[in-house]
Design a protein around this ligand. Sequence first.
Ligand code: URA
Length: 229
Amino acid sequence: MRLDKFICKSTNLSRTQAIEQIHSGSVSVNSVIIQDEATQVHQNNTVTLNGEALQARPFRYILLHKPANTICSNVDEVYPSLFHYLDVDNVSELHIAGRLDADTTGMVLITDDGRWSYNITTPTNLCAKVYRVGLSRPIAETSVERFKQGIQLQGEAQLTHPAQLSIITPNEVLLSITQGKFHQVKRMFAAVGNRVVSLHREAIGGVHLDVDVEQWRYLSESEVQQLSH
Ligand code: URA
């Protein structure tokens, strides 16, 4: 983690104040004064500010049930930020691991651990995201195989990675995907001549949404581990 971030995570200083302290020569790493805020520090380094050893706050891992008409952003835009539903300190340190559109509901993971969220979002890790999808037209049985083989999205050079489609009713399906391209689910159904009318994320990497809309909880240690691979 960068030195300025470490100081923010272990004190109540803002990023600007942390950088000021670093530039003024008040910060040491393993007894050496460091004045470059981009220096990487690790958990086993001893970081001091004005001679006092600092301890970074532990990372946080949160599951939140996103309502419609909120945005996955730290700040309000056309719609309010879903961070309004989180009553925790230092919200600005948190980010979302895999964003949803404003009209999409369901499971959102929130953390301040960038490496962990990378594991969830990077397609090579094959972390499955499961969506319940409402469709404007009945789905064709042949779509199951097409989604498995990969879909040609408009404007993309390559087919989507294999996706698992389960038909619940003609107009409602479950879709499991391991990528997270912009508007991916809506674009996949558009590519087979259908239209998504409702979209809800039910699970990520085997962890299921189990809190009511607008509610949140911390993940258990085993869930955090489960999502780390
Ligand atoms: N795919 C979409 O099209 N929208 C979302 O919000 C998530 C996945």
